[in-house]
Design a protein around this ligand. Structure first.
Ligand SMILES: [Zn+2]
Length: 265
């Protein structure tokens, strides 16, 4: 994870200059709503039934909405539950059909057609047309030829060409508004409980966001009474992280809502 984070920091440095040349006006931050000093989005990957059963209701109890990035494979058998999640105002995002973690065997066009758009068409039929948001499975972006920068740029542009408004990785620091808007096809995020079922990493990440007036995106996978597998978060730790958000002057909103808020007017 560390090397991936370094890679994304490097990409920010190498693509920042390019992006600035295409943005005519300097970016102006929009104050966070209600006097908040930072923002946080809560995202849940892979379309696991424990998320619709456990995470969505807990967010609703707190008056919050999250992002649920579903794979078509996982959501097919649990469609009524996900329809209820969407109806409650949570964002439903695209996490591909089969969650491939190595894209080297795929031609870019075929991958977008078979893994991304096949899923999006099914989602649009199931939920009605949705604003399009994507999360890169395994935070992997090695689609097509070239170095990491060329691959990520190509992937992002192909998604943008299909009407996607954002794409989220799973690594990197909290974002300034300027960075997030410019790199909205490579949003950074943190999976704070992936290595360890402990709220400490999430709390440090939230405080980093607060310190810089930034936007933090957190990523969760399996939720369970107790951690029984790598990447799983216990309900106790999940609640402790949500409590930490509630105790801080952070605006908690889904990714699409934060992007709409920071979009240059
Ligand atoms: Zn995933």
């Amino acid at each position: 994870m560390v090397s991936r984070r370094k890679l994304l920091s490097g990409l920010a440095a190498t693509t920042g200059g390019l992006a600035l040349r295409t943005e005519a006006r300097p970016f102006v931050d929009t104050p966070w709503p209600n006097g908040a000093r930072g923002a946080v989005s809560l995202s849940y990957d892979d379309g696991l039934s424990n998320q619709s059963l456990l995470a969505a209701p807990e967010l609703a109890r707190r008056g919050w909405r999250g992002d649920f990035f579903l794979t078509l494979d996982n959501m097919r058998d649990a469609f009524p539950a996900w329809k209820a999640v969407a109806a409650a105002g949570h964002e439903i995002g695209n996490h591909t059909t089969h969650h491939r973690c190595d894209l080297r065997p795929f031609a870019p066009g075929a991958y977008i057609r078979d893994e991304v758009m096949a899923t999006q068409v099914a989602f649009d039929q199931a939920f009605g047309p949705l604003p399009r948001h994507f999360a890169y499975p395994c935070s992997v972006t090695n689609l097509g030829r070239g170095g990491p920068n060329a691959e990520l740029h190509r992937f992002g542009e192909l998604l943008r060409g299909q009407g996607f408004l954002s794409a989220r990785t799973s690594d990197g620091p909290p974002m300034t508004q300027s960075y997030a808007w410019t790199h909205r096809m490579a949003l950074t995020a943190d999976a704070p409980t992936y290595e360890k079922d402990d709220p400490a990493e999430a709390i440090a990440y939230l405080d980093e966001a607060l310190k810089g007036g930034r936007w933090a995106i957190l990523v969760f996978h399996t939720l369970a009474e107790a951690r029984t597998e790598s990447g799983a978060t216990s309900l106790k730790v999940h609640s402790a992280i949500l409590d930490a958000i509630a105790a801080r002057p952070l605006w908690c909103a889904p990714i699409g809502e934060v992007l709409a808020h920071i979009r240059p007017k």
